[in-house]
Design a protein around this ligand. Structure first.
Ligand code: AMP
Length: 196
């Protein structure tokens, strides 16, 4: 199973990614978590990425693409994977398409968790109080929603055109959302290796 998990910040991608990874026995790869791990370890990539993350902006595509390509070359990704929060720009999608084609891999579905923006902003502000993430101030939270709408929402049209988009209501108890995602995925096309 090769899945993408998309949705605006606060829609519950991380929680659903863990549930789905366990259910399908595939690694959940979160670019946000990979960046946070670099930040935590103080690597050069982390120092660079943090400036963008703290402002609510996307880390440059070249940095993000290289990090994902390296992660996807791990043996644990051979039988499948779930990408949480990647691709987020059309340029990243182009790079992912090239990488998948070079391996003869195809995606099964691009799941998008939908939710109303003001509800998400409220959720993220509550999360900021408990987790204290450095990109969880109200101004940055609002900026992240704007960046998603401007740069990532256009990818949904592309996945719809490809017949891969599974739109799932992200509001409600975790198990209910997971059940909705699984229903949507089970109707998804089986993975066909790319011919090129
Ligand atoms: P997330 O935990 O998925 O909300 O990501 C946290 C932050 O990491 C984002 O606000 C971006 O700054 C950065 N980030 C995560 N994934 C990407 C990506 N695919 N492209 C660029 N920046 C990303």
């Amino acid at each position: 199973m090769r899945l993408l998990l998309m949705g605006p910040p606060g829609a519950g991608k991380g929680t659903q990614a863990d549930e789905l990874a366990a259910r399908y026995n595939i690694p959940a790869i979160s670019t946000g978590d990979l960046f946070r791990s670099h930040v935590g370890q103080g690597t050069a990539l982390g120092v660079d990425a943090r400036r963008y993350m703290d402002a609510g902006e996307y880390v440059p595509d070249a940095v993000t693409n290289a990090m994902v390509a390296e992660r996807l070359s791990s043996p644990d990704c051979e039988a499948g994977f779930l990408l949480d929060g990647y691709p987020r720009t059309l340029q990243q999608l182009g790079e992912l398409d090239r990488l998948l084609a070079s391996r003869g891999w195809a995606l099964n579905a691009a799941v998008v968790l939908t939710a109303e923006v003001e509800e998400l902003i409220g959720r993220l502000i509550r999360r900021a109080v408990t987790l204290g993430r450095s990109d969880d101030t109200e101004a940055v939270i609002r900026r992240r929603q704007e960046v998603y709408a401007a740069q990532t929402a256009p990818l949904l049209d592309e996945f719809r055109l490809r017949g891969l988009l599974a739109e799932v209501d992200g509001l409600g108890p975790v198990e209910e959302v997971t059940a909705r995602v699984c229903d949507a995925i089970n109707g998804a096309p089986a993975s066909q290796p790319a011919t090129s």
